[in-house]
Design a protein around this ligand. Structure first.
Ligand SMILES: [Zn+2]
Ligand SMILES: [Zn+2]
Length: 313
């Protein structure tokens, strides 16, 4: 062992300074008992997202498997997938979540878009499986001014077809709640109940709760009673055990304002006290927390991760 390992031992015990270069050091050591990660966006190779997550001290992460704004133009290079797997055998970032691109709309009334969405989703699950990713996170789709009932019906059909065509895959499918803007489904949990009730095979399906979306959709999770009320509603509608992931974002905007805008942890409408309650809630604390907080300035990522670690009891 050389000098560097001695230095390492020293810094583990040293209190890190605000914004110091040691912010990234041994991030996991602050709260080894917490599953904390963030959405990692990288323009490079898919396996480099693992290095970025590791450097930030994350033990879980979410990524796009390809450009979120474009339709799939090519498959991932099998060599990159292989490299992803072998790197993660060492780094052990787990669970790994893949967020589907925004263009996918499994509730679309447009037959062409609907079919293309199902096809792309199936291909994404295949790749996620090859990468040994654990879950695929999806917004529940927009009914585009048809009706919620019709949208939910299309979504159920799409999911049944996807689950059937990816039989044998161990990749879980997570339905995320939305902020309720436009014609998006999933701003209340009766939607999740109706959808899950319509599935022929439910084993691989769970929920992702986005805290910003919930608040903007009208759940006052900044308050103790509001958080309890939402958890009761989820439990009543689908069961809390179906929650597999928390998208931990503060909300930018008023309660129930419907616009989907995320804020830095503690800086938005949910605030520090609200965030502390969510992070430490006995029914939520063992779940993976993924940040999708804004990345505008240098250091935003470490500042937000640090804020969460500080709030954790
Ligand atoms: Zn989210
Ligand atoms: Zn959002």
């Amino acid at each position: 062992m050389g000098h560097s390992s001695l230095a390492m031992v020293f810094f583990v015990f040293a209190e890190p300074e605000e914004n110091s270069v040691f912010d990234n050091w041994h991030g996991l050591e602050y709260n080894p008992n917490m599953l904390l990660g963030m959405h990692i966006s990288g323009a490079g190779k898919i396996y480099q997202t693992l290095d970025l997550a590791h450097e930030l001290g994350c033990n879980t992460m979410q990524i796009f498997s390809r450009s979120p704004q474009r339709w799939r133009d090519a498959d991932l290079d099998p060599r990159d997938i292989e490299e992803f797997r072998s790197r993660n055998a060492k780094l052990k970032i787990s669970p790994v979540f893949i967020h589907v691109p925004y263009l996918i709309n499994l509730a679309s009334p447009d037959p062409k878009l609907y079919k293309a969405s199902i096809k792309a989703y199936i291909e994404d699950i295949g790749e996620a499986g090859a990468m040994q990713a654990d879950y695929i996170v999806t917004h529940m789709g927009s009914h585009k001014d048809t009706s919620e009932e019709a949208g939910i019906e299309r979504l159920i059909k799409a999911l049944n077809s996807i689950i059937e065509q990816t039989k044998g895959s161990s990749v879980g499918i997570l339905l995320e709640n939305t902020s309720g803007s436009g014609s998006w489904l999933g701003y209340k949990f009766s939607h999740h109940r109706e959808i899950i009730a319509g599935l022929k095979h439910k084993e691989r399906v769970g929920l992702c709760i986005d805290t910003a979306h919930a608040y903007l959709a009208g759940y006052d999770i900044a308050s103790k009673n509001g958080l309890e009320a939402m958890l009761e509603e989820i439990d009543r509608e689908v069961g809390l055990r179906l929650i597999k992931l928390i998208h931990l974002n503060d909300a930018c905007g008023r309660l129930g304002s419907l616009h989907d805008r995320h804020d830095h942890i503690g800086k938005g409408s949910i605030g520090l006290a609200g965030m502390r309650r969510i992070i430490n809630h006995p029914k939520l604390r063992d779940l993976p927390f993924i940040l999708e907080t804004p990345k505008k300035k240098e250091g935003d990522e470490t500042r937000n991760l640090k804020a969460v670690r500080k709030l954790r009891k």
